[in-house]
Design a protein around this ligand. Sequence first.
Ligand SMILES: C[S@@+](CC[C@H](N)C(=O)[O-])C[C@H]1O[C@@H](n2cnc3c(N)ncnc32)[C@H](O)[C@@H]1O
Length: 206
Amino acid sequence: MINKNLPNIKNKKDRESEKMEKSAMSILNSLGFKSFDELKGKQILDIGSGRADLALAAKKRGVEIVCSDINNECFRKGVALGLDYRWFSGYNIHAEAESFDLVLSSGSIPMISWKRSQVIELLKEVKRVLKNGGEFRFGPGCLIASITDSNLSLEERNAYMRSTKEAKEKRRKISLEILQNYDPNITETLISSHTKYPTLYYTMKK
Ligand SMILES: C[S@@+](CC[C@H](N)C(=O)[O-])C[C@H]1O[C@@H](n2cnc3c(N)ncnc32)[C@H](O)[C@@H]1O
């Protein structure tokens, strides 16, 4: 007989696992990957991993991702979950030069860096730890610095925050200019412009 007073632990676990899988697939797709198979056999670093949904789902499929974050709680939880989770800022990656084939960053720096100089600082640091032939994929959307650290007046800044076609195009243009000012070969891949903010990711190769 089922005791209805006991919490259904299995279902709760299943629900959490489903949520994690859904979030991981969404992060993976937003960075332009269709499946975890594309990550197999690579040394991968994720910057600003947060809850590490991506790494947890990857681990289930035999893909190891080194996670990192400045948030100590995320770091501690990640380690407790058996992940290779490290506690450092993306501006100062605790790794030897040329350690990784692929560096990923979703919803973290450089997207959330407020200053162009910080965006460049991060790109330089990632290039240091990338192997020759390696790549950095980051997204989704435009750089915050495209608004916060530009020559725009306050009025113009507010206008560019809107979800109009013109505002989205302007932010895309300034974001790419900031990135290509550091490395002209950085590319932008648009996934959808019908979302509130453009959904896109950037690729920097070494
Ligand atoms: C919006 S969350 C994204 C988490 C995860 N990547 C995802 O897509 O679900 C942004 C994360 O970036 C981390 N973060 C912010 N600044 C950082 C920095 N300088 N270096 C590394 N991580 C940083 C935050 O602590 C947070 O966990």
